[in-house]
Design a protein around this ligand. Structure first.
Ligand SMILES: [Zn+2]
Ligand SMILES: [Zn+2]
Length: 257
């Protein structure tokens, strides 16, 4: 199993996860004009995608879904609550094929096993544990904190894609309005670099080879700052990179090689 971020920021979020038999996208916040070129840059077309998983209904995660489904009406997996928010905000050309997941219940998508878990954001939001053979990827972005049961569940992952949204010191001097700051720093907002590092430490990662820092704020964080802060909490042998904000990153199997 390997994965690759196509975009990771408040501008747009979209990640490809692939094994020998299955190719899924997690979220599709891409602009219409970016979908085909970004997929093409990692050797894929919309026709190659077997399914889409949706974490929540915020624009930066679902904006491009209607455009992607217009290319190929592939199955979409999320919870009933998230689908309700999605279909009340967006109109789709064809009726989307929605498959409701239940919290903490494993679902098979071809050769992959997908288990959603609840996160803490200002709309219903889920993270995922994705399994393929004996390999596991933990995926969590858009959460004010990492719930206790997630910390436990994620300790055995091989790869982790986790939010490091802002640097707390930079955020204090941010020009953002007070209500936005209050929301983003609160328990239903986003993880800071330190919160991300503390969560990784608390997970007690035993088998993890690679951590990808995701959803970095373009105004209130810097990749070097995020990497340096999180590295302070993480054993040296684990590869650590930050996903680029608006362009595709590298495939996970090539990182550190
Ligand atoms: Zn987001
Ligand atoms: Zn969000």
């Amino acid at each position: 199993m390997k994965f690759c971020s196509l975009s990771s920021s408040s501008y747009a979020n979209c990640v490809v996860v692939q094994d020998e038999n299955t190719c899924i996208l997690i979220d599709c916040g891409l602009r219409k004009r970016d979908i085909k070129p970004f997929l093409d840059s990692v050797g894929l077309t919309p026709g190659d995608i077997d399914a889409v998983l949706i974490t929540h209904s915020h624009n930066d995660h679902v904006y491009g879904l209607k455009h992607l489904l217009a290319e190929k009406n592939m199955p979409v997996y999320s919870t009933g609550g998230i689908f309700k928010e999605l279909t009340s905000t967006y109109t789709f050309k064809k009726t989307p094929n929605l498959y409701a997941l239940n919290q903490e219940q494993e679902e098979r998508i071809n050769s992959m096993r997908v288990t959603p878990f609840r996160l803490s954001h200002d709309v219903e939001t889920i993270g995922f544990m994705i399994g393929s053979g004996s390999r596991k990827l933990g995926f969590l972005t858009d959460t004010g904190f990492v719930p206790e049961d997630c910390l436990e569940a994620l300790h055995s992952v091989n790869y982790l894609y986790i939010e490091a949204n802002h640097d707390f010191e930079m955020y204090k001097y941010s020009a953002k309005p007070y209500y936005v700051k209050k929301r983003n720093l609160g328990p239903q907002g986003h993880l800071s670099n330190d919160q991300c590092g503390q969560a990784l430490k608390a997970m007690g990662l035993k088998k993890c080879e690679l951590v990808v820092l995701a959803h970095l704020s373009e105004d209130d964080n810097e990749p070097n700052k995020a990497l340096e802060t999180v590295r302070g909490y993480l054993p040296r042998q684990i590869n650590l990179v930050a996903a680029p904000a608006r362009t595709p990153g590298g495939w996970s199997d090539l990182i550190g090689k």
